[in-house]
Ligand binder design. Structure first.
Ligand SMILES: *[C@@H]1O[C@H](CO)[C@@H](O)[C@H](O)[C@H]1NC(C)=O
Ligand SMILES: *[C@@H]1O[C@H](CO)[C@@H](O)[C@H](O)[C@H]1NC(C)=O
Ligand SMILES: *[C@@H]1O[C@H](CO)[C@@H](O)[C@H](O)[C@H]1NC(C)=O
Ligand SMILES: *[C@@H]1O[C@H](CO)[C@@H](O)[C@H](O)[C@H]1NC(C)=O
Ligand SMILES: [Ca+2]
Ligand SMILES: [Ca+2]
Length: 954
């Protein structure tokens, strides 16, 4: 079972990572690393020059740091369309900003100019991207002052991105220091050989009290500052890469250099997430360090660079018109969705072509650039008009390749969007063309209509780096329109002109009945707001729509120019002129027919300001093809406004399952439990486990739609203290901000689909193959000497990974760190009798906060207690052992002041108050006399490098 699980994860996560630009490693060199510059950055050749310098320096540092295993062989730099082409060496093909490994963009408010890597997957799995700012790259004086050698910073970030390791400096305020096994207070660092001073940044950089018998950890504000000079530690890059002596990562090998030895006791994310393995131990599990990539010392490690310029998306619609497309109005629905897609969803300047196929294929249009309404109309007129024949998917794909190659140098990076309901029955088949598609780097998105569609579609998308969608044809499924929208929005979310979807649902309106609904237009959106209402193809009477704006004005049938009714595609389109007013928009849809009608509603809008990002929801599934038993899939959603993460949102995934099973809702949470690696990072996650043993025609498919809103009125955005690469000086880290409420909003997005291989065993009602997730946030916030107790806190996990409620906790302690970690079963088990607060046999539901107070047998002096816990389920499946929490029980001294000290303090206070009163009175008097205009006094400029508030040099 354990082996299967591990395998499954490898598969799942590798495929998820494939969504971004793949970087290969050959002969020790990384090939085709993609660095992309955002369109909001102004043209400047210096930026390109500096990127080249930084990666050249990074390459030689990387070579040393990885013991000659790797370096950067070549790097592609993608510049925006808006830049002049004299900087360009070639046009982009597969390179796109949203796929880049390294992005250069405006600062993320949480990080300021700190370089950082976005990581949402677990230890050992790749990160999403490295984010650098223009200033960090161009202003060398600034970046070297705070983060040291920029090349070394890239090595630090590359380790996050490539090998999935984490930071080794403390994250949380309480993580800066820890008790070692002798009860001494130690600063969190790796390796332990790093020397330095513990100073209080909120108390004029005074030395901190690190005497363990004082009973208090160094107070809030204490930080450890490594000595910049004469440090002898050789590791770690994940701790303080700016130290000259640091040249490698921490390792777990007793035989090797002790100055780079991993520090298992350090309280950092690497230890918590990677189960106390050193960075090198995690790296060695990556194929970069496997067989076939032996170290090479004497090689040229200077990378080569290619500057390419972004081009517009090239998309070919490949539409199935075989006979079976007549069933269930499939053909009509496909034309309906294509019409909306070409007319509205596809952004201006995109290149679009159309192919139809049945027994063979016909090119209906080569690539045409959508420049205005007329070109859109002309292309809509070229959509297929009738059905008939068999199904030759390979014919459609081949014609798609031909369209991409017609008049273009390379088809590479082009997108084929294949819509089909059929099982292929005429050669060439998918398997006959898939190799050519992969070789030509063409991406294929597939939309399977019904469960009769070919099971090879998911593999086709997976292999080519596209997305697989599924439309179930149920009376509540919006999978068809959502897929069309997602093919665009998932690729262009970095552009402010890409629409967001506010509503997407399907419902049945009874004869002569009216549906009353509303949609909330929040302040981040409002341009190009369009209501689409699709009515039933079996009905001859169009529904009537009435829309009321927040200020009460009405739009209805007959408002020429605003209210468009297209009988052929059963579509009513209402486009709001100018900027749609913020607030609630009510609308009524009336079915005038004498029979029930199935009606689908889709509402889109675009950012208020062309230069500001709107609030967006994006979703993705961990894997599109599930081949391992027991099946499980993680579903991720992010809610964000540019780089600002939106916290506290109500995010629900609705998963459509094979008939006759009902769709199921799954709450996605941002709480750091199970599938969610980091709490409060705007990425909401959850495991879907409700697979069903259905009899599917061709393949059992599941489709995901995600909605986000301000369900509990809790949605907010706030600046969190986040560190990228550790700076020499904390003043460059943004300070934590108060939450800013977001207010009402609504978003909906497709998460794509996944398909379950027929050999996968679906667990029956009486089987439970899923253990609880690992608890990864155990901590001990306090202890009480008089009561002889220690407080523990963690977030509950579920019976099945992060779902449900576990059966009991196995909580243990030891005075030896290695015993609790390496021999958990030998550590002392805590029972309910040892608890002052809490109950080990009745865990709370997954995601709840657990609070326990444990009574310990001895107070001890200088004894450190180490704790770990695991959750166990009803079937006795044991979760993995948690991170280790620690505390001591030492008396907290009372104030400890002599009487004369107290007297002096009081005297000073009295004097101070007297002075303040005197000054205030004088000042008021002065103001009245002069009535002088206020002088706007400037606050000190913290970025003034000539006069830093504090420089760490010893
Ligand atoms: C990188 O190197 C590989 C192998 O030599 C080559 O195929 C590729 O085109 C190069 N890419 C760039 C951007 O130079
Ligand atoms: C490139 O083009 C820009 C704008 O057209 C111009 O300002 C710049 O001088 C050109 N650079 C070179 C090297 O020709
Ligand atoms: C919708 O219908 C209800 C009930 O007839 C009515 O009160 C409401 O004003 C209508 N709303 C709009 C936007 O017309
Ligand atoms: C664990 O405890 C058992 C029984 O007390 C003992 O035999 C074993 O050596 C212990 N293992 C370790 C690693 O301490
Ligand atoms: Ca999260
Ligand atoms: Ca279970």
């Amino acid at each position: 079972m354990r082996v299967l699980l591990v395998h499954f994860f490898t598969f799942l996560l590798v495929s998820f990572a494939d969504c971004r630009n793949p970087v290969s490693l050959e002969d020790n060199g990384y090939r085709d690393v993609l660095v992309a510059i955002h369109e909001s950055i102004e043209e400047d050749p210096l930026l390109i020059t500096r990127i080249k310098e930084i990666f050249t320096s990074a390459s030689s540092h990387l070579h040393l740091a990885t013991e000659y295993h790797t370096y950067f062989n070549n790097v592609t730099i993608l510049i925006p369309k808006t830049w002049s082409d004299n900087l360009t060496e070639a046009a982009a093909t597969t390179e796109r900003f949203d796929l880049a490994n390294v992005i250069v963009d405006q600062p993320n408010t949480n990080y300021g100019h700190n370089p950082y890597t976005k990581q949402i997957l677990k230890c050992g799995d790749p990160g999403q991207y490295i984010h650098l700012t223009e200033r960090w790259i161009k202003d060398k004086q600034f970046s070297w002052y705070y983060w040291g050698d920029s090349g070394k910073v890239i090595v630090h970030e590359w380790a996050h991105l490539r090998w999935g390791v984490y930071d080794e400096y403390p994250e949380e305020e309480y993580d800066h220091f820890y008790y070692d096994e002798n009860g001494n207070v130690q600063p969190t660092r790796c390796s332990e050989a790093v020397t330095g001073k513990s100073l209080n940044i909120s108390d004029n950089y005074k030395e901190c009290n690190t005497d363990p018998s004082s009973g208090v950890m160094p107070s809030t504000g204490c930080r450890f500052f490594p000595d910049l000079d004469n440090n002898e530690a050789t590791a770690s890059y994940m701790y303080a890469n700016y130290l000259d002596s640091v040249v490698t990562f921490c390792h777990g090998n007793d035989e090797k250099d002790q100055k780079a030895k991993h520090n298992r006791l350090a309280r950092n994310k690497q230890n918590k997430q990677c189960c106390y393995q050193s960075v090198w131990e995690v790296m060695l599990q990556h194929s970069d360090f496997g067989e076939g990539n032996e170290p090479a010392v004497d090689i040229n490690v200077t990378p080569s660079f290619l500057v390419v310029q972004e081009i517009e998306l090239r998309i070919v619609l490949i539409l199935d018109i075989s006979g079976s497309m007549n069933t269930n109005d499939r053909f009509d629905l496909m034309i309906q969705a294509s019409t909306k897609y070409i007319g509205y969803t596809v952004p201006s300047d995109t290149w679009l072509g159309i192919v139809e196929f049945s027994t063979d294929a016909t090119i209906l249009s080569y690539l045409v650039q959508l420049s205005d309404t007329d070109t859109r109309k002309q292309l809509i007129d070229k959509l297929p008009t009738g059905t008939g024949g068999s199904t030759c998917i390979g014919c459609g794909l081949n014609s798609g390749i031909e369209v991409l190659e017609h008049g273009w140098e390379s088809p590479s990076g082009g997108i084929l969007f294949l819509i089909t309901d059929g099982d292929e029955n005429v050669r060439p088949y998918i398997e006959d063309v898939i190799d050519e598609l992969v070789e030509k780097e063409i991406v294929v998105d597939t939309l399977a209509l019904s469960d009769e569609a070919d099971p090879g579609l998911a593999e086709l998308s997976e292999e080519t780096g596209g997305t697989a969608y599924w439309y179930s044809e149920s009376d509540s499924s919006t999978g068809l329109h959502d897929a069309f929208t997602d093919t665009i929005t998932s690729r262009t979310s970095s552009s402010t002109s890409t629409p967001v979807q506010l509503s997407s649902y399907k419902t049945t309106i009874a004869a002569a009945d009216t549906l009353s609904e509303y949609v909330y237009i929040d302040s981040t959106i409002g341009r190009h707001t369009v209501f689409f209402i699709f009515w039933d193809f079996s009905s001859t009477e169009a529904v009537h729509v009435v829309i009321k704006s927040p200020d009460g004005s009405i739009i209805e049938d007959g408002d020429t120019g605003k209210y468009l009714e297209d009988y052929n595609t059963r579509t009513i389109t209402v486009a709001i002129e100018g900027l749609a007013q913020s607030g609630q928009w009510f609308y009524n849809i009336t079915n005038p027919d004498s029979v029930d009608q199935v009606v689908e509603v889709s509402i889109e809008s675009t950012s208020t300001d062309p230069d500001a990002d709107p609030l967006r929801l994006q979703s993705t599934v961990g894997s599109e093809l599930i081949t391992e038993s027991p099946p499980q899939v993680a579903i991720y959603a992010t809610v964000h406004r540019g780089y600002e993460q939106i916290l506290g949102a109500n995010v629900i995934a609705t998963i459509e399952r094979p008939s006759p099973y009902d769709p199921i809702d799954l709450s996605l949470l941002d709480n750091g439990v199970g599938a969610d690696i980091t709490g409060d990072d705007g990425t909401y996650s959850g495991y879907f486990l409700d697979f069903v043993d259905a009899h599917c025609e061709q393949a059992c498919r599941y489709a995901v739609q995600v909605t986000a809103d301000d369900g509990h009125g809790t949605t907010n955005t706030r600046t969190l203290i986040s560190t990228g690469a550790m700076p020499t000086n904390y003043d460059v880290i943004p300070t934590e901000g108060d939450p800013v409420p977001i207010g009402d909003f609504g978003r909906v997005a497709s998460g794509g689909s996944f398909q379950v291989d027929e050999n996968v065993h679906i667990p029956g009602e009486d089987e439970d193959p899923y253990p609880p997730s690992r608890i990864s946030d155990l901590e001990s916030p306090s202890s009480n000497y008089d009561e002889q107790t220690i407080t523990l806190r963690w977030t509950a996990v579920g019976d099945d990974l992060d779902q449900g409620t576990a059966e009991y906790y196995d909580l243990r302690y030891s005075t030896s760190f290695s015993e609790i970690l390496d021999h958990f079963d030998n550590a002392t088990q805590i029972t309910n009798d040892d608890l002052v607060v809490g109950n080990l046999t009745s865990p709370l539901p997954s995601g709840s906060e657990e609070n326990f107070i444990v009574w310990l047998p001895t107070k001890g002096t200088g004894t450190t207690y180490y704790f770990a816990v695991r959750a166990v389920d009803k079937a006795d499946n044991e979760g993995d052992i948690s991170n280790v929490a620690q505390n001591t029980i030492v008396p907290i001294p009372t104030s400890g002041l002599e009487w004369w000290e107290i007297f002096l303090i009081i005297l000073c206070c009295v004097l101070a108050i007297a002075i303040i009163v005197w000054v205030t009175v004088c000042a008021m008097h002065y103001c009245q006399m002069k009535n002088k205009t206020k002088d706007s006094s400037k606050t000190a400029n913290t970025e003034d490098l000539d006069n830093p508030s504090y420089v760490v040099v010893y």
